[in-house]
Ligand binder design. Structure first.
Ligand SMILES: [Ca+2]
Ligand SMILES: [Ca+2]
Length: 394
């Protein structure tokens, strides 16, 4: 029987479609089948899909401060401090607050740390710099004169290796810890990052139970103001690290920043590294942790004398002998190279009282030896990480 030409064309078209469909089916199976099955179905290895160049998405700067979100988060992660909290804290651990609510409402006490990153006002030595704040926000301050909500933080000033922010590596220069900030009891501290062994990552930070003051050294906690005691401390389990953005442009739903229920916005808009304080710190040996507000407390001022230069030490010798002894004996528990340096300063400064100091350090075994012939202080253990607790005011 003769098949009309139109029927032949239709039949051929149908056969071609079936072939194409089979091919699609094979390719589809090859795409979804495990590798071995795909190989059995495909006698010839398929070339990899062509890579069309994808333009990188534009950097997002949600809080409009000139640093993109990815860089901010990466810096926050790199320098997150190792917070230590007390098992006796009646407020448990830092809280997460309800995003999107203009009132700070506790969502969960889960150890959330809130971060902030913004460009420093001026470059440092021609390189870009950024200031970062790490906030531990609490349901309640349950120390003396307690109150609902507690807004505490530590800060770091970091410097980029070159002006290209995307490729720069970052190093911490200074750390700040707020302790009873802006009160008559203010014992906030500042130190070189190198002193804390925290140039490339975060330092240990001790948080006093109840009041939640932050300390860059455990012994300083007891040297603070009031009833601070950093005892029964445990590492805060990392929960969330949430970028707050900036006070003018909150990120991640942090609209509670502006609430008058706490001073968060004020802390976010202030620098913790003003030039005058950095200048004071830089006049001192790298070994020291310094009070941010000099001279607020006579007791702290006297203690600081213990490890400072000769003239200051002699000036305070008559009244500071006991405190000198005490402050250095505490340092014995946190041995470091810096401690040795402090000890040498103290030894020369205090003259006859050095025997007392040496005894406190456990390195003066022979009371009849001339102080200038003292053996070298013992070497710290290789893994010593604690900075000296000798916070001082110049
Ligand atoms: Ca930004
Ligand atoms: Ca920011």
């Amino acid at each position: 029987m003769k098949i009309p030409a139109t029927d032949r064309r239709a039949r051929t078209l149908t056969q071609n479609l079936l072939l194409v469909s089979s091919g699609v089916l094979v390719l589809s199976l090859a795409a979804i089948a495990p590798h071995s099955i795909a190989q059995s179905l495909s006698p010839v290895q398929l070339p990899p899909p062509a890579q069309s160049p994808q333009p990188s998405p534009p950097a997002i700067d949600s809080d409009h401060d000139g640093l993109n979100d990815d860089l901010e988060q990466s810096l926050l992660i790199q320098f997150t401090p190792k917070f230590l909290v007390s098992s006796h804290d009646c407020s448990n651990i830092p809280a997460e607050f309800e995003p999107g609510d203009s009132t700070p409402l506790v969502k969960s006490e889960n150890g959330t740390i809130y971060g902030q990153v913004f460009p420093a006002k001026d470059p440092i030595d021609g390189a870009p710099a950024a200031e970062m704040h790490y906030y531990h926000l609490w349901r309640v301050d349950c120390g003396p004169h307690g109150h609902l909500l507690d807004t505490e933080h530590v800060s770091v000033l970091v410097q980029g290796s070159n002006p290209d922010l995307a490729s720069a590596t970052w190093k911490a220069l200074y750390w700040y810890a707020a302790a009873h900030e802006n009160t008559v009891c203010d014992v906030s501290q500042i130190a070189h990052a190198s002193t804390l062994h925290a140039e490339n990552s975060g330092p240990s930070v001790w948080i006093s139970p109840g009041k939640h003051a932050s300390y860059l050294n455990q012994a300083l906690c007891q040297k603070g103001c009031g009833a601070d005691r950093c005892e029964s401390m445990t590492a805060l389990a990392p929960a969330k690290l949430v970028n707050l953005g900036e006070a003018s442009h909150p990120m991640n739903g942090s609209t509670f920043i502006a609430s008058s229920a706490w001073p968060l916005a004020a802390k976010m808009t202030a620098t913790n590294f003003p030039p005058s304080v950095l200048a004071r710190l830089n006049q001192l040996p790298d070994s020291e942790i310094v009070w941010f507000n000099a001279g607020k407390h006579p007791k702290q001022g006297i203690i600081a004398i213990s490890s400072t230069t000769g003239r200051d030490a002699l000036g305070g010798l008559n009244t500071a002998a006991n405190d000198t002894d005490n402050s250095l004996s505490i340092a014995d528990d946190s041995t470091s190279n810096a401690l040795q340096k402090s000890y040498r300063h103290t030894r020369h400064a205090l003259g006859a009282s050095v025997r007392h100091v040496g005894k406190a350090l456990g390195i003066h075994k022979h009371p009849d030896i001339n102080p200038d012939q003292q053996p070298a202080p013992p070497q710290p253990p290789a893994d010593a990480k604690s900075p000296p607790p000798n916070a001082k005011t110049p």
